[in-house]
Design a protein around this ligand. Structure first.
Ligand code: GRF
Length: 229
């Protein structure tokens, strides 16, 4: 792992309310991650993420995919802006567009995405609903690197949450979102610290990253072992 001399330059892409963006803004502000957001780009002029970025004094722009005849031209406009801002890591935070090959080649192994399910299970959209209806006892969220598939890139970090008997879609989404806001800043700090190495489909975490020992013994059961009366 390396001690950075400059803060990692982040470019965040969002399409919606931006609560994941907010968790990253807050983590930069309280120095729990060694990074700074130098640009927020939204493809939707009404995205709440734009207001959050403006409130935090972060440069913003709206690049609306509907203004472009094809994805290649749309991606090219975003790539040009991110390169102009000398972005080192691209963070997709609820960005509801698939990025193309040119984009991936412009930022090799430097594009992350957050997904509200435990990949590789439940890819695509409405994944919290799919997990709830599947009868699974656990779900969660995943931060992964982007590759040329959809939700298929090497996994960096995951959080597991129980699916409870009385869960509704809303209660499950809310429980997962809380964990999203924890793991995305952690994934960015792992990158900033140089603790990530991609080997094929796997991400190898630097063994000196704290806490790995305790993990070995941990296991979650749902339903849990009944408490002795
Ligand atoms: C999150 O659940 C994220 O996992 C998914 O889209 C949602 C975006 O939420 N890709 P927000 O805009 O960050 O609040």
């Amino acid at each position: 792992m390396k001690k950075r001399t400059t803060k990692l330059r982040l470019g965040v892409l969002a399409s919606g309310g931006g609560t994941n963006l907010q968790s990253i803004i807050d983590a930069c502000a309280n120095n729990s991650i060694d990074a700074q957001i130098v640009r927020v780009i939204c493809n939707n002029p009404g995205a709440g993420a734009l207001q959050r970025a403006e409130r935090a004094g972060i440069p913003i722009c709206c690049i609306d995919h509907r203004d472009y005849t094809d994805r290649g031209k749309f991606d090219a406009a975003i790539i040009a802006q991110l390169q102009q801002d000398a972005v080192e890591l691209v963070v997709l935070a609820g960005f509801m567009r698939i990025v193309g090959t040119d984009f991936i080649q412009a930022f090799p192994q430097r594009i992350m995405n957050i997904h509200p399910a435990l990949l590789p299970a439940f890819t695509g959209l409405q994944v919290q609903k799919k997990a709830l209806e599947s009868g699974a006892r656990f779900s969660g969220c995943t931060v992964h690197f982007i590759d040329d598939g959809v939700d298929t890139g090497p996994i960096i970090i995951q959080a597991v949450v129980p699916i409870l008997a009385d869960d509704t879609l809303e209660s499950l989404c809310a429980r997962i979102l809380v964990q999203e806001h924890r793991i995305y800043p952690l994934a960015i700090q792992l990158f900033a610290a140089g603790a990530l190495k991609i080997e094929g489909q796997r991400v190898i975490i630097d063994p000196s990253w704290a806490g790995t020992e305790q993990l070995k013994e941990s296991a979650l059961l749902n339903p849990p072992v009944p408490q002795q009366a």
